[in-house]
Design a protein around this ligand. Structure first.
Ligand code: ADP
Length: 250
């Protein structure tokens, strides 16, 4: 689904991503781990089109997408949670879901402006999809609460919900577990698993919570100093001496 070929990202004279190559198989949940400063976020920014790589190529669904902007990738089904703006505090949870732009150009409300009947039916579709999403995430009881009042974990679920309002194929999740309490964390894991299994979403997630990585991710890729150190199953990566050393040096 996604292929990174010798990606390099320089910030001035500093090489944050150094010759990274790997593939992400359709239907997988790939875990990206590594100590702080390893280059994980920069790599996400490259994949999501926020940064233009210094060199190297990115292929998504068989197409060379190197240098495409975030919104172009978004329309192709590559969604970074953070790419969808953070929740609007004063809008309700439901309204936050309804604000997400549809990712297929043909579904745009604006392209239907000339036919109000179609617009109103498109709006109803968006509303129905938003309610279904709330139900799936078990957030129906806070549908009409301002999103600013949600707990950290509920906000993470809402963020996941916003990807569900698009026609996402590949979702990049940046530390989904950060700041989430244990109970909601288990719920978040289950929802990610269901979206992967039943909806066919492919995920790449950056995460420091090793329990979540162990439970959800195969393969796991460990980066350090801008490079891919090792790729494999959780146990292989965790017990690799270079990985242990990279974390000790943090
Ligand atoms: P990680 O997400 O693994 O913690 P980052 O990708 O955030 O790592 O950072 C990798 C390295 O690149 C760090 O040393 C960081 O200071 C540097 N870096 C990240 N973004 C920039 C930037 N915009 N300008 C300069 N250096 C950057």
């Amino acid at each position: 689904m996604l292929e990174l070929d010798r990606l390099v990202m320089d910030f001035g004279r500093f090489r944050a991503v150094n010759n990274c190559s790997f593939r992400v198989e359709e239907g997988s949940i790939t875990g990206l781990i590594g100590p702080n400063g390893a280059g994980k976020t920069t790599l996400f920014n490259l994949i999501a089109g926020a940064f233009h790589p210094t060199s190297g190529r990115i292929r998504f669904l068989g197409e060379d997408v190197t240098g495409l902007a975030s919104h172009q990738l978004f329309h192709k089904g590559l969604v970074r949670t953070f790419q969808i703006p953070h929740e609007f505090h004063k809008l309700t949870t439901l309204e936050n879901l309804m604000m997400v732009p549809p990712s297929q150009p043909g579904e745009s409300l604006f392209s239907n402006w000339f036919a109000w009947r179609r617009v109103s039916s498109a709006e109803r579709d968006v509303e129905r999809r938003a309610y279904e999403t709330l139900e799936f995430l078990e957030l129906t009881q806070v549908a009409h609460e301002p999103a600013g009042n949600l707990s950290g974990g509920q906000k993470k679920l809402l963020e996941l919900g916003r990807t569900m309002m698009t026609d996402a194929k590949l979702v990049l999740l940046d530390e989904p577990a950060a700041g989430v309490n244990r109970t909601l964390l288990r719920k978040l894991e289950t929802k990610i698993e269901i979206l992967n299994r039943d909806r066919g979403y492919t995920f790449i997630l950056i995460e420091h919570d090793m329990e979540m990585i162990e439970k959800l991710c195969a393969p796991v890729i460990c980066m350090a100093e801008g490079r891919v150190l090792i790729e494999g199953d959780f146990e292989t990566v965790r017990s690799n001496p270079q990985v242990l050393e990279a974390y000790l040096g943090e």
